[in-house]
Design a protein around this ligand. Structure first.
Ligand SMILES: NC(=O)c1ccc[n+]([C@@H]2O[C@H](COP(=O)([O-])OP(=O)(O)OC[C@H]3O[C@@H](n4cnc5c(N)ncnc54)[C@H](O)[C@@H]3O)[C@@H](O)[C@H]2O)c1
Length: 356
């Protein structure tokens, strides 16, 4: 295996999960980091013993000429971030979710990827947790539950914060099938904190239809039915999969169980953010080097993330137009901007949301 030289753009809290796995990686070394914020940058460089640190991304790319760039910034400038990497000859970009926040961004990113012949992997690292990577969950769905007719997917984060992870796992659960239609409703806009960048309604409820007849109830909603036993906001993520012969209940951090015809008791398995996140991030990152070496295509390659993103945008289009929308969506940036403004003014005018 070749040795790939990596750089991390953005030294915030999430970047620490990217950096901490490097000592365990084969054929990959973390040679540089970059952040506008001097104190963050210096602390990060020192904590992870990174040889080089920069405050300017383009200078960093020119001087370091990395093979791999981790983009660990808030969304909003993904086109510029990817374009700079592509122009600098970067071989692979690992981009944090969400990959995009507007319909046109994903189209631009694909153009950049193709022009630069640069691989893009989106950091939905849960696919590298063993129960997903090794096909355990897919096996239960395909071979134990009979005909799956209804799935309930639930998370409290919004469509652009937890939506990408939820949709990514839903795609995997559905064997990478794209939904054929969606009907959604949405309300509320909050622009505080990370939500200023992860622009999406506070409350979105969508129903997706699939070619094989499966229906999915998809809840990305502050008020979504929580995951029993969870006390941490971000850990509220679960799937309830109902089939003609059984049921699978899968949580992000509280394990999973399934029970099918003929089983006296449910069978339990591990699904644990706390125990699996670090190894998942490590295996996710290692898989980028293997992909560059001509090995297996990355599980979170651009095309997979694009399918998930477009399904999420379909829900926005449906909520905006108040009707069932056949997919692929035809929503434009202009329509999204207008709808966002409408949601925001509706939110501001509502008594329910007015501070006491
Ligand atoms: N995959 C996961 O499980 C997971 C978990 C948490 C967060 N995230 C995602 O990770 C991303 C980053 O989250 P965070 O909380 O670390 O964000 P953050 O805003 O705290 O940190 C981002 C850093 O990037 C720096 N930065 C931004 N633009 C820059 C530029 N042009 N040049 C140099 N530095 C620049 C900022 O100064 C900041 O320090 C978000 O998209 C978030 O959704 C993913």
């Amino acid at each position: 295996m070749a040795t790939y030289r990596s750089m991390i753009l953005g030294c915030g809290p999430r970047a620490r999960s990217h950096a901490e796995v490097y000592p365990e990686l084969q054929g990959m070394e973390l040679v540089a980091c970059c952040d506008l914020d001097a104190s963050r940058r210096e602390q990060f460089q020192s904590d992870f013993s990174i040889p080089l640190a920069f405050d300017d991304y383009e200078t960093a790319l020119a001087e370091v000429q990395p093979d791999i760039v981790h983009v660990v910034t808030q969304p909003g400038r993904r086109i510029w971030e990817a374009e700079c990497a592509g122009k600098a000859g970067v071989k692979a970009c690992i981009i944090e979710k969400p990959l995009a926040v507007t319909p046109s961004e994903i189209v631009e990113l694909e153009r950049i990827r193709d022009l630069a012949k640069m691989k893009i992997a989106v950091n939905c690292q849960r696919r590298y947790f063993p129960q997903f990577r090794d096909g355990v969950i897919r096996d239960i769905i395909e071979n134990k539950l009979g005909d799956v007719y209804l799935i309930r997917a639930s998370t409290k984060g919004n469509l652009m914060s937890m939506g990408p992870h939820t949709m990514d796992l839903l795609l995997l659960i559905m064997g990478e099938a794209d939904p054929i239609a969606v009907w959604a409703m949405a309300y509320g806009i909050d622009e505080t904190g990370y939500k200023a960048h992860h622009r999406a309604p506070e409350h979105t409820f969508a129903q997706y239809w699939y070619e094989d007849g499966t229906r999915v109830l998809f809840d990305c909603d502050l008020d979504a039915l929580g995951t029993p036993g969870e006390t941490s906001f971000w850990m509220h993520l679960h799937f309830d999969v109902l089939g003609s012969k059984g049921r699978l209940y899968l949580t992000q951090n509280g394990g999973y169980w399934y029970q099918a015809e003929g089983m006296a008791e449910p069978e339990h398995g591990e699904s644990s953010w706390d125990n699996q996140q670090t190894a998942g991030q490590r295996d996710f990152t290692q898989a980028v080097a293997e992909w560059l070496d001509g090995g297996k295509p990355h599980l979170n390659r651009f095309d997979v993330a694009k399918a998930g993103f477009n399904a999420l945008i379909g829900a926005l289009q449906s909520a905006c137009e108040g009707r069932r929308v056949d997919l692929p969506h035809t929503f434009t940036d202009e329509q999204w901007e207008k709808y966002y403004g409408h949601l925001k003014s509706e939110h501001e005018a509502s008594d329910e949301f007015r501070p006491a």
